[in-house]
Write a protein that binds this ligand. Structure first.
Ligand code: GDP
Length: 312
């Protein structure tokens, strides 16, 4: 079976305090508990466990959750970035976004800034109206405001036809009907799996991975974060690092990880569509391509940090 159909890569766009952390925590708690043909209901992570894991893995800003057979990678978007390119390179790893909006506050400047980027990158947003339990919630009005924002930002017809989910992230409930609280987050998971396209790309092609981000790990040094654009990546694999100017530096992948819950899990290999992080490339820059040594083909480089005005 093709592995890619069981992956979804998303980012959550939200203004500060609209509930992104709470929603991801709720998704983690319910991760893996919905299985169609299995009796066993997996253990649900409690808050203490989540806190402990968070403490250990401050570095791993990316998380993943499971809904049935599907792994949903949730890529962290910089909340306070003034750099359009920083947002852009993160959004280049995903195929869909959740636009999370507080049911009372409505869309705010950060919502607008990141949504604009997402729309420009042709991503199809799923609108999540959160905190519907607030006594002062004005759910229908906020949906209208979101619609106006899309129109204002010049969204395509298809993007304007966004699905809407109503949530109370704090209690882990989601619903498609704003008058019903919903039992759990199943409607949200379901909408993600149905509306966000599975990653494209050919697992049998030569490896191509865009360096979307780099992080520093005190034990392993520089870590590359990126999405396998085509082919497969293996730990220890000799690769070609293609620079912005097209020149090539031979290199080798070190230890390779995927994101599982709040942790990084070491794997021997990862297929096309997966978001991975790996060691081994000390002298690497964002926007470069990690490619097959025998058949190195460059991906379109991403722009590197040019400040863009937030309030445009
Ligand atoms: P973030 O800045 O977007 O990550 O926001 P947080 O997840 O930290 O949430 C900000 C505040 O909103 C916290 O006090 C949360 O408890 C609260 N909050 C989050 N989701 C809900 C919700 O569904 N209902 C209510 N009433 N409060 C919520």
């Amino acid at each position: 079976m093709n592995g890619r159909i069981n992956i979804r890569n998303i980012a959550i766009i939200a203004h500060v305090d609209h509930g992104k952390t709470t929603l991801v925590d709720a998704m983690l708690k319910q991760s893996g508990i919905f299985r169609e043909n299995e009796r066993v209901v997996e253990r649900v992570m409690d808050s203490n466990e989540l806190e402990r894991e968070r403490g250990i893995t401050i570095l791993a800003k990316n998380t993943s959750v499971r809904y049935g057979p599907v792994k949903i990678n949730i890529v962290d978007t910089p909340g306070h970035s003034d750099f359009g390119s920083e947002v852009e390179r993160v959004l280049k790893m995903v195929d869909g976004v959740l636009l999370l909006v507080d049911a009372f506050e409505g869309p705010m400047p950060q919502t607008r800034f990141v949504l604009r980027k997402a729309l420009e990158l042709n991503l199809q947003p799923i609108v999540v109206i959160n905190k519907i339990d607030r006594p002062d919630a004005r759910v229908a009005e906020v949906v209208d405001e979101v619609l106006e924002l899309f129109i204002d930002l010049g969204a395509e017809d298809e993007q304007i036809d966004f699905p809407v989910i109503y949530t109370c992230a704090r209690t882990g409930q989601a619903t498609l009907d704003m008058n019903e609280p919903g039992r759990d987050l199943r409607p949200l998971f379901e909408t993600i799996v149905t509306n966000v396209p599975a990653p494209e790309g050919d697992e049998n092609s030569p490896l191509q991975l865009l360096v979307n981000n780099t992080e520093y790990d005190s034990y392993q040094g520089r870590m590359v974060v990126g999405r396998v654009h085509s082919g497969r990546i293996c730990a220890g694999q000799p690769v070609a690092l293609i620079r912005h100017d097209g020149s090539i530096t031979p290199a080798a992948v070190g230890r390779l990880y995927v994101f599982e819950g709040l942790k990084r899990t070491e794997v021997p290999a990862a297929g096309c569509g997966e978001i991975v992080t790996f060691a081994g490339l000390e002298d690497v820059n964002i926007g470069e391509t990690v490619a097959c040594r025998e058949n190195p083909v460059q991906l379109p480089p991403i722009a590197v940090d040019e400040p863009t005005l937030k309030m445009t």
